[in-house]
Design a protein around this ligand. Structure first.
Ligand code: SME
Length: 165
């Protein structure tokens, strides 16, 4: 498993080289996905002001769940309850939205600064109980790195001439 430090260092380098935000997001998904053979679907859902999660970059099988309302599924529940979700057996999760019949376990980690939720990292695995403490910590560290990037982007957007009234 590539460590969280290695992934964050690679993301630091991308940012220093001037990569745009969308590239950084896609690379974060790719680095995570490649880091662990248990990660079979890895993606980012972004939270929009209408309380809908919209699918961003992902690697894995295409999913029908491009839009997920807050409160729906494991992804929407994580936002509604403002907490990360580690589901060892999705067949036991009553609110689970199936992406692929092969999925057995799911991890959702919020990309947030305090109560401000920007997005989430969603990882699915074909193995039961796939996400141990090290995997959770790794995804959390990458989510924290991305939260800084989202906050910086929002601050820049807030200062841009387009938003001055
Ligand atoms: N399983 C998720 C839906 C997203 S797909 O896994 C990619 C859920 O229950 O919210």
């Amino acid at each position: 498993m590539t460590t969280d430090e290695e992934i964050c260092r690679k993301l630091d380098r991308l940012r220093e080289d001037g990569a745009d935000f969308e590239t950084v997001l896609s690379k974060a998904v790719a680095y995570l996905h490649e880091s662990n053979p248990r990660y079979h679907w890895t993606g980012i859902y972004e939270l929009f002001p209408d309380d809908i999660l919209r699918l961003g970059p992902f690697i894995g099988a295409p999913t029908d769940h491009v839009f997920i309302a807050v409160g729906q599924g494991v992804c929407g529940t994580a936002v509604a309850e403002k907490r990360n979700m580690n589901v060892p057996d999705v067949s036991k999760a009553p609110n689970y939205l199936a992406c692929s019949t092969a999925t057995k376990a799911e991890l959702v980690v919020l990309i947030r600064k305090g109560d401000r939720i920007f997005a989430q990292i969603d990882v699915d695995s074909h193995e039961l109980d796939a996400f141990d403490a090290a995997a959770v910590k790794q995804v959390e560290r990458v989510a924290d790195w991305l939260a800084d990037a989202y906050r910086a982007r929002r601050e820049t957007a807030d200062l841009s001439p387009r938003t001055v009234r």
